[in-house]
Design a protein around this ligand. Sequence first.
Ligand code: CA
Length: 325
Amino acid sequence: MLGDTPSVANLGQRRQEESIPAAITDIGCEREINEDRYAVVDSPAGRAWIVCDGMGGSLGGELAAQLAIDAIRRALESQDFDTGEEALRFAIEEANRIIVLRRQNPAFSSMGTTIVGALIQGDEVVITHAGDSRAYLVRAGEIQQLTVDHTYVQDLVDRGSINAEEALSHPQSHVLTRCLGAEPRLELDAQTFWIWDASDGEAEDRLLLCSDGLYSLVSDSEIAERVTNLTPQEACVQLVELAKQRGGYDNITLAVLPLGGQLHEESAGPSSRPVRRKKHETVRSAVYERRGPRLSLGKRIALMGILLVLGCLVAALFVLFSLNG
Ligand code: CA
């Protein structure tokens, strides 16, 4: 039928939609509040895309994520920076400082937030993160994780204590080793990339930023397939729906950013190579496996207390038996 053939105008509109970035956040199916936040900040340093995943009980997580977004916006908009990396680092350190200050209020003493951010200025892309929110590169149906989680299990994998498979079912898979709010001094990983024009017939890259509510329930290949074949808007909606069909136990947030070219590790020169790194064996959460909520600080302290008492009891029994023996 004639009506089934896409017109030139429709194709043009589709192309345009494919180049428009999109982001989405969803409370999921079980949580009572959405502690995830995302933001787009236009500033002299470029356009920043930020995803935060807050934690800290009652309203703490929500507050931490929002404080981070607000502080980053203020910092980027109010200052001039020499480089994108300097801008993003300053803004996130400022967010950390503010959350650490607010934690002095006992009601918010355990709050914090993960962050993953991308600052795009011209052909330069700076990516930084703290915690287990991730950045992925998607190219022609393939996906590569650009960030390495700051989690206890990722550290165990890096040290060779456990392998990635064992990490999936590790009881402490939710424990973060870094986040905003935890320490006055924040250690940040930042990487700078450059966008090159794609050659004829080559696919253009898309950057994906997301919270663990997405990747804990949707596999790499499923993410890659949708981000490659759908418009960013469609991919956002469909990936959230997929996570929710599988339980949606956590808040779900993602941003899909078409880059208009391919991401490289160098700015120019014939020796430049496309991004193809695998420095770490990264930890995935088991697909389809339910993730429980992170333990609050209070529960963690209580658990440690119980373990301590049990340890003392065992030691006392040991000494008693030794004396009797
Ligand atoms: Ca989460």
